[in-house]
Write a protein that binds this ligand. Structure first.
Ligand code: IPM
Ligand code: MG
Length: 352
């Protein structure tokens, strides 16, 4: 197969980790007889420097024409104080502009990295494996916001249509069917009208998935349950802002944020894939960042956008093998000898 991938390395370590992921993609392509072609595009701080805008029109247009998007990370202190402009606007513009309403964030604890997990081993049992399905193009992130005329009050609006909730929940139920058939809807239905509608739409969808067990948790309780008993979760379906918060918490309890990939999906097979971590300006350019989250994001791309299951398995197994061979970048080395970014990329390629 031939696939065209829009590549947006972005800022900071984004550039370095994307390079390793492309190396892995090329090696997998060679092994399985696919060709991947890449179009490099600007977004984030580097785009502000080059064009004055975090998301140039050209980037969005060219991304739309690709089969999928690989993104590194955007942002950095250099662009923190420009009035009215932030690198993160590029992310929201890509999510909204590409219609990527479902954000899949797996939180997996690798047993080789159990010592990095901050929870007791009684709590993590045989390993944490949660899939957060976060709504990504609605809610308070995209609702009306502003300031009063005198500037002394401000507002942001949480608003959802039934359609937006339904399409997100369908993704969550479909994913649950391929996992442990359990969906937890996280909301604040004791307070928010939007949350009560999430529950209503869930009840409308449930008859289509009779095998899936459904439960509801208020977000405050859910954040507590994630550290108290993470093994109770399979798929968590939730709104944009709750998913933002809970996915950071979930990533931290696995102990390895440098390991976690993500996929953002819309209608059809198009998707955008990126590591959960940010641009880490403090370690950029030093060849010490962990490229595995981005390499695993590329595996998700093969699985979800290109229906290349064997190819995706091949990458995930190679990462697993590198870990069980004791290879570690600094963030997961626990003070022991660490490999560089490039060397970890090479190690994965060697194990494909
Ligand atoms: C994330 C990030 C973004 C978000 C920021 C950088 C806009 O925190 O992808 O989780 O809030 O969605
Ligand atoms: Mg976040």
């Amino acid at each position: 197969m031939n696939k065209k991938i829009a590549v947006i390395p972005g800022d900071g370590i984004g550039v370095e980790v994307v390079k390793e992921a492309i190396k892995v993609l090329d090696a997998v392509g060679e092994k399985f007889g696919h060709t991947f072609s890449y179009e490099y595009l600007l977004a984030g701080g580097c785009a502000i420097d080059a064009t004055g805008k975090p998301l140039p029109e050209e980037t969005l247009e060219k991304a739309k024409q690709a089969d999928s998007v690989l993104l590194g990370a955007v942002g950095g202190p250099k662009w923190d104080n420009i009035p009215g402009i932030r690198p993160e606007q590029a992310l929201l513009g890509l999510r909204g502009g590409l219609g990527l309403y479902a954000n899949l964030r797996p939180a997996v604890m690798y047993k080789e990295l159990a010592s990095a997990c901050p929870l007791k081993s009684e709590i993590t049992g045989d390993g944490i494996d949660i899939m957060i399905v976060r709504e990504l193009t609605g809610g308070i992130y995209f609702g009306e916001s502003g300031r009063s005329e005198d500037g002394n009050s401000a507002y942001d609006t949480e608003s959802y249509s039934k359609k937006e909730i339904e399409r997100l929940l369908i993704q969550a139920f479909e994913i649950a069917m391929k996992r442990n058939k359990h969906v937890t809807v996280v909301d604040k239905a004791n307070i928010l009208e939007t949350s009560r509608m999430w529950r209503e739409v869930t009840r409308d969808i449930m008859p289509k998935y009779p095998e899936v067990k459904v439960d509801y948790l208020y977000v405050d309780n859910a954040s507590m349950q994630l550290v108290r008993n993470p093994l109770q979760f399979d798929v968590i379906a939730t709104s944009n802002i709750f998913g933002d918060i809970l996915s950071d918490e979930a990533s931290q309890i696995t102990g390895s944020i440098g390991m976690l990939p993500s996929a953002s999906l819309g209608e059809g097979t198009f998707g955008m894939y990126e590591p959960v971590h940010g641009s880490a300006p403090d370690i950029a350019g030093k060849n010490i960042a962990n490229p595995l989250a981005t390499i695993l994001s590329v595996a998700m791309m093969l699985r979800y956008s290109f229906a290349m299951k064997d190819e995706a398995d091949c990458i995930e197994n190679a990462v697993q093998k590198a870990l069980s061979d004791g290879l570690r970048t600094g963030d997961i080395a626990g003070g022991k000898d660490a490999l560089g970014t490039k060397e970890m990329g090479d190690a994965v390629v060697a194990r494909l």
